[in-house]
Design a protein around this ligand. Sequence first.
Ligand SMILES: C[S@@+](CC[C@H](N)C(=O)[O-])C[C@H]1O[C@@H](n2cnc3c(N)ncnc32)[C@H](O)[C@@H]1O
Length: 489
Amino acid sequence: MASSVLQQPAHCFISSHRLSKGYGYRDWTAAGPSIIYRNTAINQRIRPIRVTSAVEDPPQFSLFQPPLQLEETTSKLEPADPDFYKIGYVRSVRAYGIEFKEGPDGYGVYASKDVEPLRRARVIMEIPLELMLTISQKLPWMFFPDIIPVGHPIFDIINSTNPETDWDLRLACLLLFAFDREDNFWQLYGDFLPSADECTSLLLATEEDLLELQDHNLATTMIEQQSRALEFWEKNWHSAVPLKIKRLAHDPERFIWAVSMAQSRCINLQLRIGALVQDANMFIPYADMLNHSFQPNCFFHWRFKDRMLEVMINAGQQIKKGDEMTVNYMSRQKNDMFMQRYGFSSSVNPWDVIQFSGSTRIHLDSFLSVFNISGLPGEYYHNSWLSNEGDSFVDGAVIAAVRTLPTWSDGDVPPIPSTERKAVKELQEECRQMLAEFPTTSEQDQQILDSMPQSRRTLETAIKYRLHRKLFIKKVIQALDIYQDRILF
Ligand SMILES: C[S@@+](CC[C@H](N)C(=O)[O-])C[C@H]1O[C@@H](n2cnc3c(N)ncnc32)[C@H](O)[C@@H]1O
């Protein structure tokens, strides 16, 4: 093992944990170029992928101890270095140049040093498959690591689900089982997951919180999702189930919390195990602490050769010490989709949409050039080289405006300024009507948020969502103002 590696027993590698509440900073930075979150809890043998028709487990080697030498004749042989066993059976998470901190959005990953732009992507984290909780999406389904003993009833519960549509319920079962299993890594890692109080998932929202969304469709969808999780719990956690199932989720809240963990922390990857390629849903510790950005500086890469997830910094990316490292959770999705799955929204989501009802349109190319937006529709970006210094008006909401405003484009036919201004007025009027239909204004929403700093996370999330919607619509109105001012010149 490299001498620069920091080795600590798992129970002391973090000074406080999330359950102790209070978003204090936790400093996990290690001296030297790399840190290892050593996992002493994984004293299970690495086992092959489990398929449904499992056979009896072969006997296990005791970890860290070379096999006993039973015969005289073998005593002349040099025993292998004990590290040989360690590297084979216990692999560790590695992290380079990053630290984990808690902020307003819970945990996040931050650069602990400057990174110059490189021509190639650079690895900042490596997480081995053994630490993940994984279930494949398609039959014959398999999960990894193989922690469920043959005949355990949780296996039947998982097996009774639809592998393609119920991935979240399946992962929730596996997570709860891992928590219950002695010496499992997730028992330790579970302390660093957000508790039900800290979680933003709307699966945990009360009906009153859902009303605060001011979005009937989203509230209805969430009520349906809550019922789905509840029904699953009622079906599988009824009074006659054995204690070893009962204790995994004594109450529905515990199970729904586990489902919310699955939805908000699970990553989907295509795995190649031997010759078999499988789409898999995975809990990936440490990588699941990365927050989302629409302009992420990192991405995930599955390293097939040694079954590791790598978190990599984009090629050409400049990073300053203290910058947050982010990934893009979902591409091309509106805020309501982010709310459904992750419990957060953004006022600058470049994929948010406004449904305009009339036939009024503005000229696409003119609008693009007023805001120096380049690229094809799927990849519109603000061309800052063309903009005046300090022009910070264009953000994700303006990019979304280009996509969602009704526009026309007809070869070289130029727009007529007076017609454009009329169209602008009509579109702005429709936006104002949309704003007027909300029961509160964005200013009132902001005041409510400011007046209740200790509110439930789900309530805060719901109010932020409606605020973000209004801020987006307002930004579109402002962009149309600027457009009509500048189109004359
Ligand atoms: C995969 S976890 C990321 C780690 C998380 N911050 C934590 O404390 O464990 C996803 C959750 O982080 C929060 N989150 C991630 N990105 C966010 C963002 N851009 N804005 C607000 N919340 C975000 C949401 O609560 C989301 O459900």
